[in-house]
Design a protein around this ligand. Structure first.
Ligand code: ATP
Ligand code: MG
Length: 501
């Protein structure tokens, strides 16, 4: 019987379910049909595959060709199935041997010349293939991703012809070049360039220790954007497993992957005109949004009040859960979104409210309306809120001061503090659950009183209460990893609440 089976993978969110391609050749009028919920681009594979097979000097069967993509209820889109379909047709017609086809997965889009084109979402597919002990062949254009997956027999190819030669035992396929060791931080600007702003620097450091969300508020040109852009430079490097999770999202989104920087935390800074879909993801074939591209890294929202209010509100849920589920009529997919939010804003429409020069011309009503663009629930989720006032002229003109530390110095402290958190809870303080948090803070009676008074006076929510505890825990970690969170730590954490709003 002329039936052949090849293996490939679909893409659904960041998961990569297996797809089995069954090709059947039978008598009857020549023609090809593809069944198994193919969408437009997959149906068109029929023409691409036929021309590519002919261009590769093989024969396209002059018979009835039925291609079934199983499971049938999984929607399939894109050109990623072309290669597996082509090989299935060639194997069914006995033009290539089948012995490698049951342990090797094939992914790639075919050009009419028979050349292989890269496709999105190769990394998650390779991780799955590795998990079940298969080997894989992918387009050379996806080599950067393939090189990151260790302990996997993966090869890259330029064309269908090369792969057929390899299957026939007439040639070898190259392995992707090995990924360079963890990339440096060369491209990240340094904190040494920022003058003054001690309080904002301190907040940035605490945010880096615990992975806390941060809001910087102040008049124009005081260094808010500068400070935010320097956060990646003081964050600990990404563990390999986390880096792969982040890159899987980038791979699905079709972003180029730079192997030299793969351990760097992502820093995403979408413009304030971004739509809700661009920010959180969506579309009829759900794509990851900026919050997922920033997974395990930083999402920087500059000019926060300029974002559409509706767009900001959709952030509320992922800000707490660390993931986003996108439900569509046909299916629902989930993307990871564990990001650290850093936001910057001016205090009023003209930007100068609170500036000592008295330059602000906004009416109280205008200021109130401007601030109302940020909802209470959103601000409630931002652990550290800090004012960034105008830099004193002396600070600006002076040569680099002693207190203008560079990123390397700050980073050393951050790493030391993170080690305390890792030893205690195995994760950053911002991600610690409420029960562990109470245990890890070990508050004494006087600390409890202080906190109770603050909650009462500032009218804080239960969420804010726990977030303050987490920040205080990070401050204590910076303070040599003190076993108990003390009054000084709490007092400093409280200082960072409710300043900006
Ligand atoms: N604290 C500072 N130390 C050194 N240079 C600074 C500082 N603040 C501002 N500058 C200078 O001003 C420029 C603009 O700074 P930045 O973009 O960070 O301002 P901003 O606070 O984000 O302003 P805006 O509210 O207008 O966005 C910087 O590129 C730098 O040249
Ligand atoms: Mg700015």
């Amino acid at each position: 019987m002329s039936l052949a089976v090849t293996l490939t993978r679909a893409q659904q969110g960041v998961s990569a379910p297996q797809v089995v391609v069954e090709v059947h050749l039978s008598g009857g009028l020549p023609g090809t049909s593809i069944v198994g919920l193919p969408e437009a681009a997959v149906r068109e594979a029929r023409d691409r595959v036929r021309v590519a097979i002919q261009a590769t000097q093989f024969e396209y069967p002059a018979r009835r060709v039925t291609v079934n993509l199983a499971p049938a209820d999984l929607p399939k889109e894109g050109g990623r199935y072309d290669l597996a379909i082509a090989l299935g047709i060639l194997a069914a017609g006995h033009q290539v041997p089948r012995h490698k086809l049951d342990t090797c997965e094939f992914i790639g889009e075919l050009a009419l010349t028979g050349a292989l084109r890269p496709v999105p979402g190769v990394l998650p597919a390779l991780l799955r293939a590795r998990a079940i002990g298969r080997s894989a062949v992918v387009p050379r254009g996806n080599a950067a991703e393939a090189a990151l997956v260790e302990d996997l027999d993966v090869r890259v190819a330029d064309s269908l012809a090369e792969i057929c030669a390899w299957l026939c035992g007439r040639g070898e396929l190259a392995a992707p070049a090995a990924a360079p060791a963890a990339g440096g931080l060369d491209a990240v600007p340094d904190l040494a360039e920022v003058r003054g702003q001690l309080q904002a620097r301190r907040a940035l450091e605490i945010a880096a220790v615990g992975g806390h969300h941060l809001l910087l508020s102040g008049p124009p040109g005081t260094g808010k954007t500068m400070l935010a852009e320097r956060l990646p430079g003081i964050l600990p490097p990404l563990p390999a497993m986390d880096a792969l999770e982040t890159l899987a999202v980038h791979s699905v989104a079709g972003l180029a992957i730079d192997p030299a920087r793969w351990r760097q935390r992502p820093f995403r800074a979408p413009h304030h005109t971004a739509s809700a879909v661009a920010l959180v993801g969506g579309g009829s074939h759900p794509r990851p949004g900026e919050i997922s591209l920033a997974h395990h890294g930083v999402l920087f929202l500059d000019e926060l009040p300029e974002f559409d209010r509706h767009v900001l509100e959709v952030l509320r849920e992922p800000l707490e859960s660390g993931r986003i589920a996108i439900a569509r009529a046909a299916r629902s997919v989930e993307f990871p979104a564990q990001f650290q939010l850093v936001a910057a804003m001016n205090p009023c429409p003209c930007g100068y409210a609170g500036d000592p020069g008295g330059r602000c011309r906004c009416t109280p009503d205008q200021i109130a309306r401007y601030r109302a663009r940020l909802s209470g629930p959103l601000l409630d989720r931002i652990d550290l809120q800090v004012q960034v006032p105008r830099v004193a002229l002396d600070d600006l003109l002076a040569a680099r001061g002693l207190r203008d530390e560079d990123s390397a110095t700050v980073r050393t402290r951050v790493l030391a503090a993170r080690r305390h958190a890792d030893a205690r809870a195995g994760r950053p303080n911002a991600e610690v659950g409420v029960r562990e948090l109470e245990r890890d803070c070990a508050l004494g009676a006087s600390e409890r009183t202080l906190l109770a008074q603050a909650v009462e006076k500032l009218g804080l929510s239960a969420r804010a209460y726990h977030r303050i505890l987490r920040v205080a825990r990070s401050i204590a970690d910076l303070d040599g990893g003190a076993a108990c969170v003390g009054r000084v730590h709490l007092a400093e954490a409280l200082q960072f609440r409710g300043l900006a709003a």
